[in-house]
Design a protein around this ligand. Structure first.
Ligand code: NAG
Ligand code: NAG
Ligand code: NAG
Ligand code: NAG
Length: 342
């Protein structure tokens, strides 16, 4: 059918817009408030060299009924919570058992309190590869822990695809940028999958500046090894993470990207906080260490020279998919080839 110029084009454009609206794609960008629903269909959008594949259904559902006007802000003082999470060093459980056990969690591992308005929305970012056993234990403890604190949260597992050397920092940078675009929250917590909080009174509510939540890890004798340590569990507001230019992308293999972050926080003049050693206690699940980066201290020496251009500002990756699983959002990231210089 031949198409005339002028008006019909406009009609075509409007109907494209309507189709976009119906797929929920436009909605997702402004629907951080609404719950998400799963569907099998996947849609791909091209965005420059980055390919983004998102479950088509990231569309809004229900929830709008819950009128914000009649809900009060959640009133909770987590520091006064008592008790342990119950984690043990060699705890094991399967993902299937966890999903049977935990109820009421939204698709993508998202949750918010029903009877009050959460004061904070938090994204827990878990950089990941090959640790399914740990992930099941992590989800088993973290969902109930975060719910007891009446937080609105999402657990986002960001997995590196391919056989290249692991680069945890690049995964965290990628997760930050994608989260900001798709699921904006008040703060973000970068969380090792093998670290489980022991005490219920360690608050995951957003702090003012960066907060190192894990100063006392069992494997390290429940002591802070050195003052600039920020490894394991680290919270940021999006503004602060942007201000330090995220993590350095230069650390391939295990180690030192967190020490580099310690320097970035200091250089940016941000005040780091921590819970006390009596509160910020963690159990590290039994595991094998990853391949260490033998050049990590050499790279760290030049860390602050690289900081202005090495980080969020130059991270290069492709999102291969974002899937809403029953207990977590699963983001698959390709960070490309390991550089020859590694
Ligand atoms: C939403 O509100 C309408 C009208 O008050 C009610 O009929 C409906 O059941 C509610 N839906 C949910 C999911 O609560
Ligand atoms: C949290 O609980 C532990 C153990 O009961 C206690 O030692 C610690 O002081 C508590 N922390 C806070 C912030 O109250
Ligand atoms: C592992 O679990 C067994 C049985 O519950 C227990 O006896 C043992 O002490 C645990 N090992 C460690 C390292 O905690
Ligand atoms: C980014 O990744 C693409 C595809 O892997 C590659 O072609 C490009 O050279 C990379 N750019 C940089 C700056 O590394």
């Amino acid at each position: 059918m031949a198409r005339r110029a002028g008006k019909p084009r406009l009609v075509v454009k409007i109907s494209i817009l309507i189709v976009l609206l119906q797929t929920g794609f436009v909605l997702i960008l402004r629907s951080s408030e609404s719950s998400l629903r799963i569907s099998d269909s996947v849609k791909t959008i091209g965005e420059g060299h980055r390919k983004i594949k998102v479950d088509k259904n990231l569309a809004a559902t229900g929830d709008r009924n819950v009128s914000k006007k009649i809900l009060r802000l959640c009133d909770i003082d987590v520091s006064r919570s008592v008790g342990n999470t119950g984690v043990t060093k060699n705890f094991t459980i399967s993902l299937q058992e966890v999903s049977q056990k935990l109820q009421g969690i939204g698709p993508g591992g998202k949750w918010n309190p029903r009877n009050c308005l959460a004061r904070n929305s938090v994204t827990i970012v878990v950089p990941f590869r090959d640790r399914w056993g740990h992930l099941a234990v992590f989800l088993n403890f973290m969902h109930p822990f975060l719910q007891r604190q009446l937080l609105k949260y999402r657990i986002l597992v960001v997995e590196q695809i391919g056989i290249g050397v692991y680069n945890k920092a690049m995964l965290m940078n990628a997760a930050f940028l994608e989260t900001r675009q798709h699921f904006p929250t008040d703060c973000i917590i970068f969380h090792d999958v093998d670290l489980i909080p022991e005490l219920n009174n360690n608050s995951y509510a957003c702090a003012k500046g960066p907060r190192h939540l894990a100063p006392a890890v069992d494997e390290l004798g429940y002591h802070l090894l050195y003052g600039r340590l920020v490894g394991g569990v680290l919270m940021f507001t999006p503004q602060d993470f942007q201000a330090v230019n995220g993590y350095s992308n230069a650390y391939w293999g295990w180690g030192a990207e967190d020490d580099d972050m310690g320097y970035r926080i200091k250089k940016a003049g941000l005040t780091l906080s921590r819970p006390s050693l009596n509160t910020g206690r963690y159990t590290m699940l039994v595991h094998k260490h990853r391949r260490k980066n033998t050049r990590r201290f050499e790279i760290l020496d030049k860390g602050m020279q690289r900081q202005p251009w090495d980080g969020l500002s130059n991270v290069n990756y492709s999102v291969l998919g974002i899937r809403l699983k029953p207990l977590f959002t699963h983001m698959l990231i390709d960070i490309g080839k390991t550089p020859d210089t590694y």
